[in-house]
Design a protein around this ligand. Sequence first.
Ligand SMILES: N#Cc1c(N)n[nH]c1-c1ccc2c(Cl)cn(Cc3cccnc3)c2c1
Length: 244
Amino acid sequence: MRIDIISIFPDYFAPLDLSLIGRARASGLLDVRVHDLRSWTHDRHNTVDDTPYGGGPGMVMKPEPWGEALDEVVAGAPARLILPTPSGRPFRQADAERLAGEERLVFGCGRYEGIDSRVAADAALRMPVEEVSIGDYVLNGGESATLVMVEAITRLLPGVLGNTESAVQDSFASGGMENLVEGPVYTKPVMWRDQEVPPVLLSGNHGAVDRWRRDQALRKTARNRPDLVGAMPEEALDRRDREV
Ligand SMILES: N#Cc1c(N)n[nH]c1-c1ccc2c(Cl)cn(Cc3cccnc3)c2c1
């Protein structure tokens, strides 16, 4: 997969040189290219914003630099443009799984009050464009959202997660314990500050461990994410009661 990121803060993406994504890039498994939008400005001040038509607070990102940047970065090759925006469709795990199947993604990270709306409309003449939001809270621009989405997407690519990690049983995964959040996890020592590891985890009884983990995940989901419990079929909630 090739990912292009366009931003006025390219240094924001230094974390993509680290850890599993950094290793995947170094191995050639993943091709991530970060571009400074100001490379496509032509005035002395590298201007990327201007006042909004119709008035109102703040500034809007000018369309010309974006148009030139997308023309050059995409260069006619099929790519999907992802535009983080507070008004976008919610980004979910299913979107990460879907986008992990794409050959090329381009992330347009805006700032100020947003990118001139004609940029998305013009790009949509040549490629699929998705306006997405990572959550109902307000950020200062699209960079943090892009980091979140790039991590959620690329961790699903074969070979990116090492042997010690697994994307299969993750929360919100389509497989594994569907629609449940992760339950508690433990490692050595068996006793720490007067807290012992639940004995079932030391029992070697894999069936009992699986049942215990599912029950803990159900309890944690009901406590922290009642919205997910509502979406769960009734029998899934009662299953633990029938299991011996
Ligand atoms: N994704 C996402 C997301 C999220 N979940 N919160 N905020 C954002 C986000 C994404 C893109 C931009 C661009 Cl471009 C400018 N801003 C600042 C802003 C804030 C409030 C109203 N208008 C613009 C962005 C905020």
